[in-house]
Design a protein around this ligand. Structure first.
Ligand code: IPM
Ligand code: MG
Length: 356
C-alpha cells in the first residue's frame, strides 16, 4: 500500500528523532512492500523563523490531506519573546484542534530490559508496568477563555477550564474501548471535590460506563492519582483524564518508566487519521549532539502503523526491533547517564532499523 505522511520535524531534537523514525518506516516499507511518502512541513519555531507564523495555513492543509502526521517536537528559549498567540507551543495546540484530534493516548510501559532504569523499587514496579493514559486533547483550560485585566490589586489573569458533555463522552468512550482490549479497568481522574467542570466530568464518565458493564470504573482526585502513580502504579490500566491533568500525569508516569525518551503517543479523532509524536519535548540543549533517544519517536511510528493504517504485523516488527536493541545492551545517553559507551541518535536508529 501507499501512505502519505506529513512530517513536522519541528525544533531542537525534533529533526534528529523524526529522521530515525523515517528510517525505521522505510525499512518496514522495504520489508513488507509498502510505500511511505513523507512530506516535510513547518510548524513551531522553525516556521516562525521561515515565515513569521508558528502554524502556516499550508502546514495545516498538508496535514489534513495526509493519511497521518509524524511530529518531532516544537519550542525552545529562542522563541520565548514571541507573543503568546505565536509561541511554538501554539502551533501544536493549533494542529491538535485543527485536525480534530481530541484523544491523546500515551502508553507508559516499562520494558523488561530496562526494569532497573525505573526510579521506583522493584517491589513496586514488579515485573513491569503498562499504563495507558487517555488524555482529552482539544478542550479544557488549554483551550478555554483566557485574558488579563486590571484590578485594584494590580494586573490579573485567568484561564477557564470548561468541558461540555459531548467532549467528555467522546473521550470517555475512547478510554472504555481501550480498556475492553486491555485489563478492563478505567481510572478516571478529576478534581470533583472542588471544580464544577470535574463534577460534570465524573457524572458523564459514569453514564458512559453504563455501556461497558465489563469494565471496572474508579474515580481518583488528581492529587491522589499523582500519589498513587508512585505508591501503587500497578493499580492503573487505562487512566482517563482532562487535558491539563493528563499533561502533568503523563510526564510523571513517563519518569516511572525510566526515561521520557522512551514514550510514544498517538493523537486521534473520529476516523483513522492521527498525529504521532514522542511525549518528550524539543530539548534544544542537546539538539544535533547525538544524545537524543529516538526510541519514543520510532515507537510513535509503530503506533501510526497500528492505529492509522491497521498494520499490526509491521507495528510489532518495529516494537520487537526496539526490544532487540535494548536486549543486546545498547543504550542511548539518557539510558546510561551519558556513559561513554552510549550510542548516538543515528547509531540507535540504524541499529533498530537493522533489527527490523
Ligand atoms: C505535551 C506538551 C504540550 C502540551 C505543550 C508543548 C503545549 O507538554 O504534549 O505534553 O501541553 O500538551
Ligand atoms: Mg506535556
Amino acid at each position: 500500500m501507499n501512505y502519505n505522511i506529513a512530517v513536522v520535524a519541528g525544533d531542537g531534537i525534533g529533526p534528529d528523532v523524526t529522521d530515525e523514525a523515517i528510517r525505521a518506516m522505510n525499512k518496514i516499507g522495504e520489508k513488507f512492500g509498502h510505500t511511505f511518502n513523507f512530506t516535510h512541513v513547518l510548524a513551531g519555531g522553525a516556521a516562525i523563523d521561515a515565515t513569521g507564523e508558528c502554524l502556516p495555513d499550508e502546514t495545516l492543509e498538508t496535514c489534513k490531506a495526509s493519511d497521518a502526521v509524524l511530529l518531532g517536537a516544537v519550542g525552545g528559549p529562542k522563541w520565548d519573546p514571541q507573543p503568546a498567540e505565536n509561541r511554538p507551543e501554539r502551533a501544536l495546540l493549533g494542529l491538535r484542534k485543527g485536525l480534530g484530534l481530541y484523544a491523546n493516548l500515551r502508553p507508559a510501559m516499562i520494558f523488561e530490559e530496562l526494569a532497573d532504569a525505573s526510579p521506583l523499587k522493584s517491589e513496586i514496579v514488579g515485573s513491569g508496568l503498562d499504563i495507558m493514559i487517555c488524555r482529552e486533547l482539544t478542550g479544557g483550560i488549554y483551550f478555554g477563555k483566557r485574558g488579563t485585566d486590571e484590578t485594584e490589586n494590580g494586573k490579573g489573569a485567568y484561564d477557564v477550564e470548561y468541558y461540555s458533555e459531548m467532549e467528555i463522552k467522546r473521550i470517555a468512550k475512547v478510554a472504555f474501548e481501550l480498556a475492553m482490549k486491555r485489563n478492563k479497568r478505567v481510572t478516571s481522574v478529576d478534581k470533583s471535590n472542588v471544580l464544577e467542570s470535574s463534577r460534570l466530568w465524573r457524572k458523564t464518565v459514569a453514564e458512559v460506563a453504563e455501556d461497558y458493564p465489563e469494565v471496572d470504573l474508579d474515580n481518583f482526585y488528581v492529587d491522589n492519582a499523582s500519589m498513587q502513580l508512585i505508591r501503587d502504579p500497578k493499580h492503573f490500566d487505562v487512566l482517563l483524564t482532562t487535558n491539563m491533568f493528563g499533561d502533568i500525569l503523563s510526564d510523571e508516569a513517563s519518569q516511572i518508566t525510566g526515561s521520557i525518551g522512551m514514550l510514544p503517543s498517538a493523537s486521534l479523532g473520529d476516523g483513522s487519521f492521527g498525529m504521532y509524536e514522542p511525549v518528550h519535548g524539543s530539548a534544544p540543549d542537546i539538539a544535533g549532539t547525538g544524545k537524543a533517544n529516538p526510541i519514543a519517536t520510532i515507537l510513535s511510528a509503530a503506533m501510526m502503523l497500528r492505529y492509522s493504517f491497521g498494520l499490526k504485523e509491521e507495528a510489532d516488527a518495529i516494537e520487537n526491533a526496539v526490544k532487540e536493541f535494548l536486549k543486546q545492551g545498547y543504550r542511548t545517553a539518557d539510558l546510561c547517564h551519558g556513559a561513554p559507551e552510549a550510542v548516538s541518535t543515528t547509531e540507535a536508529g540504524e541499529l533498530i532499523a537493522s533489527f527490523i
